[in-house]
Design a binder for this molecule. Structure first.
Ligand SMILES: [Zn+2]
Length: 279
């Protein structure tokens, strides 16, 4: 939680921003007593801040939803021991595949952070699963950033909590360029205004949210075209990295809290592998 506190995006829904890469956690009041937290923050003090905030409103955090199995979105579950945890049904298999890599990444990125053990979520959900209290939550499978992407929709209120499926600059990461493009196109097709909570950065609404989705789609299309062309021309990955800087995509290197250039490099690598394989 940052010093200015959470952003209320609707009655009983608050978004907290972590000091790690502006990761967003969303607290949702389900009824007078119960709340769900989507993507707990990695740091104990931030988690405690959210718990206290909930308690002051008579709420206990009874459920955690993990939008996908990447450390910054799941390590924080350790700060809510015993809390019923929900994720997509591909979560656990995917996590076991990438766990060593993910731990290595975060121990390099945050050397002072004690990376906790990750437990298998209690409930593994399919596309279309629902949770109903006074509010209704609908869970959508949104693969692409990772194979287990889960988006939380509040259909009555036009709110999508998208995890890293939507970011200021898309990150193919451990997913697939083609799948992320297909997922984002689908989201764009069924977006008719409302609020999107991305995995990191800022909550966006209406026209701004639509422009963000359109920008994500355009970036991925351009990435696919340019990398495909470079592969056809026989360029190796190093040449591709040299010839396709982020500036050519109309994005500043220091966007996304300074991470944009890193994200773009990861995407180039992923796109190069995927398009070389002709998947
Ligand atoms: Zn992620």
């Amino acid at each position: 939680m940052d010093a200015v506190g959470p952003e209320a995006i609707a009655e009983g829904i608050w978004v907290f921003r972590s000091r790690f890469a502006e990761m967003l956690s969303t607290l949702i009041r389900l009824d007078a007593d119960h709340a769900v937290l989507v993507d707990p923050p990695m740091f104990a003090d931030e988690a405690e801040g959210i718990r206290r905030f909930a308690r002051e409103r008579g709420l206990s955090v009874d459920f955690l939803v993990l939008t996908h199995a990447h450390g910054d979105h799941i390590y924080g579950a350790v700060h809510f021991p015993g809390t019923l945890t929900l994720a997509h049904r591909d979560f656990w298999d995917f996590w076991r595949e990438i766990e060593a890599m993910d731990r290595e990444f975060f121990s390099r990125f945050l050397p002072d952070y004690g990376i906790p053990e990750v437990r298998c979520p209690h409930l593994l959900l399919a596309h279309g699963s629902r949770m109903r209290f006074q509010r209704e939550l609908v869970f959508a499978h949104v693969p692409g950033h990772s194979p287990d992407g889960l988006m939380v929709e509040l259909p009555g209120e036009g709110i999508w909590i998208a995890g890293d499926t939507v970011l200021p600059v898309p990150l193919v990461s451990s997913g697939s360029l083609r799948r992320l493009h297909a997922t984002l196109l689908d989201l764009l097709g069924r977006f008719h205004g409302g609020t999107i909570v991305p995995g990191h950065g800022e909550v966006v609404r209406d026209g701004t949210a639509r422009r963000l989705l359109e920008g994500n789609v355009r970036y991925l299309e351009r990435l696919g075209e340019e990398v495909g062309r470079a592969i056809s021309a026989g360029k190796d990955l190093r040449e591709v990295e040299g010839s396709l800087p982020l500036a050519r995509f109309g994005i500043r290197e220091d966007a996304v809290g300074g991470l944009a250039a890193w994200i773009h490099r990861e995407n180039l690598r992923r796109a190069y592998t995927e398009l070389s394989e002709g998947e």
